[in-house]
Ligand binder design. Sequence first.
Ligand code: EPZ
Length: 441
Amino acid sequence: MTLAALNSPIALTEPQLSIIGQQRLEGELHVNGAKNSALVLMAASVLSNEPICLHNMPDLTDIGTMAKILVSLGVGFRLQGASALLNGGGLIRHNPSYELTRKLRASFFLIGPLLARHGVAQVPLPGGCRIGSRPVREHNKSLRAMGAKVTIENGVVSAVVEGNHGRLQGCAIHLDCPSVGATETVMMAATLAEGDTVIRNAAQEPEVADLAGLLQGMGARIRGAGSSTIHISGVRELHGADYEVVPDRVEAGTFLIAAAATRSRLHIHPVIPHHLGAVLAKLEEVGCNIRQHGQGITITPGALQGCELCTKPFPGFPTDLQAPFMALLATAEGDSVVTENIFENRLQHVPELQRMGAQIHTHGNVAFLKGVARLSGAPVTGTDLRASAAMVIAGLAADGVTQVAGLDHLDRGYTRLEERLQAVGARISRISSAQPTLLAA
Ligand code: EPZ
């Protein structure tokens, strides 16, 4: 192929984001409702035969998929702007299809409320994904302890409560690991169980506390959510509720990291500071000034230094911001060491950053970086949701043009990201497959 042919317009096989980097950003970015809260709050609608209304819902593909799953079970669903009306009164099925559930890890959390409501559930195993095997041992083990017979056949987890008139039995549960999904699944199941349940070594992520807030609004008796020990006293039934989804701490963190990576002064709002404690501390450590005022944060980056970063369960540094933060460290002064302790395969973004000139080598779950003055734009692919966000951040900081593929991942967790970044000055656009594009635009 001649050089000239390389520069001829080519039709893209999939939509991509095209970014011209080295552009300072300026202004305010609004943070949407939390994806990882909204999804589990939607699942909780199954627990009641009365409608619940969720406000501040994010407009994401994952939300649409969860809505399809719930509607397939008979749950009523209506979206009015950023509010979702869900009615579990119509629940008639307990076996969501693999076709839908395979797209969404959170769909597996439905096994708890389905079992609690009607004593039966058949939910396909969520399967692994690029970041890890994503087991559900803790979820199944806990439901067995509560009196369910749980079997796994042909990739489907079948659970049924055979005794006790089909009602789960509260008990003491000690999770082997502070799994967010297992904590949420058990908490939902326990709200309608007979007697008391205590969950020890529970996940402390803010989304767990947000779910407890909705359940309490529905009449559940829960205390300790957000700590490592949660007590639930079962009730006979739950009523409807009106509830606002918490701001997305991962989206807020992504915006803060993008500001740091582009050396931009930005205002991010709304943010609940203690949801991002470890991230704010790390941004200050590498050289950013962080000013909190009410539910807003203004970040002013200085000369950035490398650091050591270890992901941990909340309140430690969140695994979901490890890839975005690594994109920042790629151009911070000096050495950095990033250790991914939560998922066994969440360094897939390293080869993509290397394509842009990042100096990184890995050993097991540890990445060793030597900061470079500047990344260079290149065609790259986001391999999962947060790796895609990392590639956008790297493109914003890089010299030249970066094309980011893998938008099906990105759109699962960030609503119209390019439009929102354009509004603060980024030179970024979404190129559809219909539009020819030049490799070196
Ligand atoms: C939730 O996933 C989030 N997803 C993830 O966000 C997030 O990364 C994760 O929590 C950790 O904070 C949703 O809430 C929908 P886990 P979840 O069970 O519940 C191991 C994103 O990008 N484990 O807390 O599936 C597991 O292998 C997504 O928004 C077991 O070993 O995560 C993993 O290493 C990605 N056995 C660790 O625990 C089990 O039975 C954390 O998993 C269950 C989990």
